[in-house]
Design a protein around this ligand. Structure first.
Ligand SMILES: O=C(O)CCC(=O)C(=O)O
Length: 263
């Protein structure tokens, strides 16, 4: 697990070692990246939108993952998994995304032209006690369609993320592996019952985060998470980015919404 001491007050960009870590492991944690005031603002918006059930929303019941209520009308059926289209919910999200410290690092990893697709992630994960679910091992690119499988997710913790509240688990280096179709099930989850997958699964690490930490991870990096066993909702704001020359394939879901051109 990478623990880069990256103070939000001073901007030195990613070091060569950070970049090498990201390229090798397919993820990188930058500690204390968002200022406490930013976290407080974004979290406050998320709490209010969750309380008022402001659409667009994804409900746990819609996905049928293990632990999720069986339908929206079942007990806990209105448990929200994600507040969708986060960037459009409040100007504070644009402010968070537009800050030079983040842009500098994205340019270091993606090159001179960086875009943020509004069609993928662009959400606040709201992992709630009691009715949240387990997300199996997967690569985010599984349902995305771009010229190259080379997008980068930025996951901002808006509170502590631990094993007991369902922090992300990631497999270092899994973004560089080549896979057979048989290693995945029909829903593109990496199968835990396949012997050939075990050596990789045994390398999984917990991405434990504090509020304000960010986790950058590659869209091919295998990751998973359990449901939230704690008493508090876990909030995380998640966005994805691509290089200018890695366009969405026409006619796909990835091309269905506009994209933000990042400065
Ligand atoms: O927090 C979780 O349960 C996993 C979320 C995730 O992996 C995803 O949305 O791609």
């Amino acid at each position: 697990m990478v623990n880069s001491a990256c103070e939000w007050q001073t901007d030195t960009g990613l070091s060569a070692a950070d970049i090498e870590h990201f390229q090798r492991d397919g993820f990188l944690i930058l500690r204390g990246f968002a200022a406490p005031a930013t976290v407080e603002t974004l979290r406050g918006i998320a709490e209010e939108h969750l309380r008022r059930e402001i659409a667009p929303l994804e409900y746990e019941a819609d996905l049928h993952y293990p632990g999720a209520p069986s339908s929206r009308s079942a007990e806990g059926g209105r448990t929200v998994r994600r507040l969708l289209q986060a960037q459009g919910r409040h100007p504070a999200f644009t402010q968070w995304l537009d800050q030079p410290a983040l842009l500098t690092r994205l340019h270091q990893l993606l090159g001179p032209e960086v875009l943020m697709p509004l069609a993928h992630h662009n959400c606040i994960m709201t992992k709630q006690p009691r009715f949240s679910s387990d997300t199996g091992w997967h690569q985010d690119i599984r349902y995305w369609a771009f010229e190259r499988a080379e997008l980068i997710n930025v996951w901002l913790a808006l509170g502590p993320e631990r094993e007991d509240n369902g922090c992300l688990r990631l497999i270092p280096g899994s973004h560089r592996c080549q896979y057979e179709k048989t290693q995945f099930d029909n829903a593109q989850f990496f199968r835990e019952d396949v012997a050939a997958n075990r050596p990789l699964l045994e390398q999984a690490l917990n991405a434990e985060l504090e509020a304000g930490d960010i986790l950058l991870f590659h869209c091919r990096t295998l990751h998973a998470a359990t449901r939230n066993f704690s008493e508090q909702t876990k909030y995380s704001a998640v966005f994805t980015f691509r290089a200018g020359d890695n366009r969405p394939l026409p006619g796909t879901r990835s091309a269905a919404l506009p994209e933000l051109h990042m400065p």
